[in-house]
Design a protein around this ligand. Structure first.
Ligand SMILES: [Zn+2]
Length: 320
């Protein structure tokens, strides 16, 4: 990991301010005329086989934080003044060979411990309601501590998916695509949305998505080789964004989709996030939109849970 000055990472850079202004300026038109779906891409998408699962896993939702955003900016062009509830959550996975977390989202007092790393005005846009439930507290609710966690998988490295690392032992490694690590940690400045504090002193196990197409996704990695946890390519929101496709022990197939979308509404309607905040937080808008098409074209029977989708997260949490 390169040595960087934390103060430099906090400095509001001109590009960040310009991106905020560009995103704001582009938003009103998109609220009236959302980006059109790519019908050619949709017609070309094929559905590859889902690897048979010889093992299933337990899935427990750890809800940690809440906030609200206008529905019309979560899925651009939705004619609604409604405020949409958004969730910040971690996911505890129990596999016969390991107990691990997908997206250790938040630590206690995340506003003071992590959000201060983000440049103004980004930190104001993304702050959850106070108080949040720290990861250690959430694990304790299931009679677990950080010492019970074997490793972490991140859907991507934005601050609200990794801040709980501050409450896990340093020895717990993070597994992620090489592209994501390079993007978040490689430059002198953290990209917008990344806080490097929770990532310091952490061991990263980097991998490539070198497995075959799965469902509508072009690349994959079968984490245990048994079909129970298959990582799939959801690039666009960040360069190394992945989804975690689970064969759950209640017989369901669940795709933890990170921030590829913030709400299932985007998948149903095929809508981007509005430019503000999508331009700030999606590193490649075209790839991100293509990924939404891939989610839209999924076959029946895949339960997609985006990390901030309050309805999807709470529906799954109510199952156990
Ligand atoms: Zn994100």
């Amino acid at each position: 990991m390169p040595e960087t000055d934390p103060r430099a990472e906090r400095t509001p850079t001109l590009p960040t301010v310009l991106r905020c202004c560009a995103a704001l300026a582009a938003t009103p038109a998109r609220l009236l005329r959302p980006r059109r779906p790519d019908t050619r891409l949709l017609s070309e998408l094929t559905v590859a086989p889902l690897p048979p699962a010889t093992v299933t896993v337990g899935l427990t939702v750890l809800t940690q934080g809440e906030m609200k955003a206008p529905e019309t900016i979560v899925a651009e062009g939705v004619r609604s003044l409604r405020e949409m509830p958004l969730t910040m959550a971690a996911f505890l996975i129990r596999h016969p060979k390991a107990r691990f977390l997908v997206d250790p989202a938040l630590c206690a007092h995340v506003h003071d411990r992590v959000l201060t790393e983000l440049p103004f005005p980004v930190r104001l846009l993304v702050a959850p309601d106070k108080p949040v439930r720290g990861l250690a507290d959430a694990l304790a609710g299931h009679a677990l501590t950080g010492a019970d966690i074997d490793f972490v998988v991140t859907t991507h490295l934005h601050w609200d998916h990794v801040s709980g690392l501050l409450e896990l032992p340093d020895s717990v490694p993070v597994r992620l695509p090489t592209a994501e690590h390079t993007w978040a940690m490689g430059g002198a400045h953290a990209p917008v949305g990344v806080a490097r504090g929770p990532l310091r002193e952490r061991t990263f196990d980097r991998f490539e998505l070198d497995g075959p197409p799965v469902l509508t996704f072009p690349r994959s990695k079968d984490l245990f080789g048994d079909g129970s946890v298959v990582l799939v390519d959801l690039a666009g929101h960040t360069p190394g964004s992945i989804g975690v496709l689970l064969a759950v022990d209640d017989g369901t197939r669940v795709l933890l989709a990170g921030d590829a979308v913030w709400s299932k509404l985007q998948i149903e309607l095929l809508r981007e996030k509005a430019p503000m905040p999508g331009v700030l937080f999606d590193t490649d808008r075209d790839s991100a939109f293509a990924t939404i098409h891939r989610l839209h074209a999924l076959p029946e029977g895949i339960e997609v849970i985006a990390g901030h989708d309050h309805a999807a997260v709470t529906a799954r949490a109510a199952r156990h």
